[in-house]
Design a protein. Structure first.
Length: 240
């Protein structure tokens, strides 16, 4: 019973984090759940949580979704995933995680203290960032960082950033869930923990969304950069 309570608490705060920022549920839940659950349960369990959160957030921000902004990211990600899977067998995963972690922390600190928030980049760069996201997803199961960096470089509103992230995460998340199911990783135990904790996941997501509505535009990006720095630290932690 204690394990189930702990799972529900972690899942609640994971939903709250993503409801607030648009990402971060895996960053929070995966290392914490791995403390008291087998990693073979945690990975497919966290994968099931992700699409549920993104569906809720997409429903809330649907009117802000611009498919023209999302398509280039998805088109770039497809070949990137294939290349990432290929390099997964060739490269040192630990070294990649160290480099990625340092880049994310450095970029976050630069954006928080030095970069002008009024300057953006051309949206044509979406293909490259989508490709990089696919490579990282195929090699490290980490599709988020490159897309988060790309959206943070735009001068979009917080709603446009958040809904674009959710659209990308939903497609990539469904692919991961299907892959786990086909390979027999989504066991009855995983499904049991998922069903038990799903109400807390939904509650946490709505609570996070409530506070998201209170955040000013400029403060939202600060939260993004802080969480991105934590994501970089988590990548380095995984490499140790």
């Amino acid at each position: 019973m204690e394990t189930y309570i702990l799972v529900c608490l972690v899942v609640f705060f994971a939903g709250l984090t993503q409801g607030l920022s648009g990402f971060g549920s895996i960053l929070l839940s995966l290392p914490l759940l791995a403390i008291f659950l087998d990693i073979k349960i945690v990975i497919p369990l966290v994968a099931l949580f992700a699409p549920c959160i993104t569906i809720i957030l997409l429903a809330q921000l649907w009117k802000h979704l611009d498919w023209k902004k999302l398509y280039p990211l998805l088109l770039g990600a497809c070949p990137g995933i294939l290349l990432g899977v290929f390099f997964l067998k060739k490269l040192d995963k630990g070294l990649i995680q160290w480099i990625l972690g340092i880049i994310l922390i450095s970029y976050s600190l630069y954006s928080l203290f030095l970069r002008s928030p009024k300057k953006g980049i051309m949206e044509g760069w979406a293909y490259l960032f989508g490709f990089l996201s696919g490579c990282l997803g195929g090699a490290l199961s980490a599709t988020g960082p490159a897309v988060i960096v790309y959206t943070s470089l735009q001068t979009w509103s917080k709603d446009k950033i958040k809904v674009t992230l959710q659209g990308f995460f939903l497609v990539s998340g469904v692919m991961v869930v299907l892959f786990h199911a086909i390979n027999g990783l989504t066991t009855l135990t995983v499904l049991y923990f998922f069903m038990v904790s799903l109400p807390m996941l939904i509650l946490g997501t709505y609570v996070g969304s409530f506070f998201y509505g209170k955040i000013k535009e400029e403060d939202y990006k600060r939260i993004m950069f802080i969480l991105l720095a934590f994501l970089g630290a988590f990548m380095i932690y995984r490499a140790i």
